[in-house]
Design a protein around this ligand. Structure first.
Ligand code: FHN
Length: 599
């Protein structure tokens, strides 16, 4: 029998399990991953792909704690206070009778999301703390039975979302710091020996309640990293849930399965081509409410994130952390209101659009696209309004028409040239954060591959995400702490960059390198013929030794290494390449290479 250390009781599934020994213990055993054609998958994902923008809500007992315990502030995120401050379960449970969010207003939350231009809302039904923010028969450690409020916020919110045209979705943590089937009571937990099946039954009971009583459009899993939870467990659970609701969308944090990727707190520099993905991000630094966290991102950053993510084919799940009283912080409301104002005018350039057709980042902003029959509409999101009012778009198409989104009746003058189409803009940008120019093309975009351009200060930055990688294992690793070239195990693999020099002269090369051991590589720089009257000319061919002084503490620790100096005699296209020296090669990571005028 379970020794339940908690004041609140979880229905003991191990007893139920013993009684059902002749019946398949878990419905999920009856299925692997459900079969689905590509067309059926696209139909299921369609609303989610069109949505592009959603609200994340982290709300639980940690919201009542507000980042403090016994008068001491937690150093981590608000929702991690139980783990970070090693609060014993029985003490943490005392938050439940204090949780009385009398100011909660489901319609106000749904309306705030709707007015911000958000199309779906994901709320924590149970975060790692294990407290259930919905009425469940599986445990009385839930907001209806254990809090004086005795109200089911998820029931109210699911109805309010329907009233406001928002898709209702729920977050659910596999890791559970309160469950008697997991230990210790902080991150990461493991299953108590012999209790894994009981916990899975517990989870399936709650998830079935959520699906059949609250009808979420998405189940957003998390906490999948706990010890003992396997890909196979995730696949079985995925199959079980999709059998309950064939239209349900499930993220990749169920583990081993899932309908979309979930980069967190960062935007993959090149998106995640070929996969559905959603960046989730806090508006300040914490997911769950912390009264002292006032490190708010600006509205400009948030709007440009919406645009940047859509231009890479992803969704943006932007978080709010309501207080213990049930209020979304004013700073969040202010930003969401301003975002909504922008989305009201420019949403057509976000919703239902596809990723930019341009392979390299546009220097003035971003692009989203929409196919219309055989034709294409490009939405040019101009962050930096050109001082000379000339917007150069690296297209060789003849543009049928261009206009400001806010003034569709006035066509803009255009000229085709070597670098693409120049669109002549009015002097003032309609929106200082991001103005949208609508471009109509007959047919598909014909993109001019623009090399990396020299900055006005003469520097040239060669980023890992812009490298051309050659070989079997070398790859670009996106994400925070990454954004680097890695997996450089094979000395036959190489990386190169082609860039366009407009201010020739002498340059010093430096590189951000993570090299856990001594290694050496060849740096070559060749001026290409290309558009300018210059035969390929070798400008540099040097071996660089990474010795003791440059060795780093592993693949996440970077040092700036000087790589040499060389002359570029004339304007034109130049290629810099890095090849390992085979004898003695040890893998290293490169984050960036910088060319600076050697004044
Ligand atoms: O540990 C959680 C965290 O509290 C928060 O819920 C984020 C949101 O994506 N997910 C986990 C960290 O990856």
């Amino acid at each position: 029998m379970l020794t339940n250390t908690n004041l609140f009781k979880q229905t003991s599934f191990s007893v139920l399990l013993a009684l059902c020994v002749l019946i398949p213990a878990r419905a999920a055993d009856t299925t692997g991953l459900p079969r689905e054609t590509a067309k059926q998958h696209d139909a299921r994902m369609a609303w989610w792909r069109d949505a592009r923008f959603g609200m994340f809500i982290h709300w639980g007992l940690y919201s009542e704690a507000a980042g403090y315990w016994n008068g001491q502030p937690t150093s981590g995120a608000g929702e991690w206070i139980m783990s970070d401050m090693r609060i014993p379960r029985a003490q943490y449970e005392t938050l439940a009778p204090r949780f009385d969010p009398v100011k909660f207003d489901a319609d106000q939350w749904a309306e705030t999301a709707h007015n911000a231009g958000m199309k779906y809302l994901v709320i924590t039904s149970k975060h790692h703390e294990g407290f259930c923010m919905f009425k469940t028969a599986a445990t009385d450690y839930n907001v209806v039975d254990a809090a004086p409020w005795h109200t089911d916020p998820l029931q109210a919110l699911s109805k309010a979302c329907r009233r406001h045209g928002i898709k209702f979705c729920v977050y659910y943590s596999i890791m559970d710091w309160h469950s008697p089937d997991q230990a210790p009571a902080y991150n990461p937990t493991s299953f108590v020996p012999g209790q894994k099946e009981a916990y899975i039954q517990y989870m399936e009971t709650e998830l079935k309640e959520l699906i059949t009583q609250y009808h979420p459009a998405v189940l957003w899993f998390d906490g999948q990293w706990m010890n003992g939870w396997t890909d196979e467990d995730g696949q079985r659970l995925y199959g079980y849930l999709r059998a309950l609701d064939p239209k349900l969308i499930i993220n990749n944090r169920i583990k081993g399965a899932g309908d979309y990727e979930t980069p967190e707190q960062y935007i993959p520099p090149n998106g995640l081509p070929g996969r559905d993905w959603e960046t989730c991000m806090t508006m300040n630094d914490t997911w769950g409410y912390k009264r002292d966290d006032n490190n708010w991102k600006s509205t400009q950053t948030l709007i440009r994130n919406v645009v940047d993510i859509a231009s890479k084919g992803g969704n943006y799940l932007l978080n709010v952390g309501p207080t213990g009283e049930g209020l979304i912080p004013d700073a969040s409301i202010e930003r969401l209101t301003e975002i909504g104002r922008w989305m009201k005018v420019n949403g057509v350039a976000i919703y239902g659009t596809s990723a930019s057709p341009f392979t390299r980042q546009l220097p003035w902003g971003r692009c989203t696209s929409r196919t219309s029959g055989h034709n294409t509409i490009l939405y040019l999101h101009v962050f930096d309004w050109p001082a000379d009012d000339k917007l150069v778009v690296p297209l060789s198409n003849k543009i049928r028409r261009a206009s400001l989104l806010v003034d569709r009746s006035t066509p803009l003058r255009m000229e085709n040239g070597e670098d693409g189409v120049t669109i002549f803009l009015p002097q003032h940008a309609p929106d200082e954060i991001s103005s949208t120019v609508v471009v109509k093309l007959d047919g598909a975009p014909e993109v001019i591959t623009v090399p990396i351009l020299q900055n006005n200060d003469g520097t040239i930055l060669l980023r890992a995400s812009d490298a051309a990688l050659h070989g079997s294992q070398i790859q670009y690793e996106p994400g925070p702490g990454h954004d680097n070239i890695g997996y450089w195990f094979n000395p036959d693999d190489s990386a190169d960059w082609t860039f366009r020099v407009s201010h020739p002269g002498e340059f010093r090369i430096t590189a951000e390198i993570a090299a856990p051991g001594p290694t050496s590589f060849q740096v070559s720089v060749v001026a290409q013929g290309g558009r300018h009257p210059m035969a390929p000319l070798s400008l540099l061919n040097e071996t660089k030794q990474i010795g003791k002084a440059d060795i780093t503490q592993g693949y996440f620790d970077y040092k700036t290494v000087t790589m040499g100096r060389f002359q570029i005699p004339a304007a034109g296209d130049v290629t810099l390449a890095v090849h390992p020296v085979k004898d003695g090669w040890q893998p290293m990571n490169i984050r960036s290479i910088k060319l600076e005028p050697a004044r």
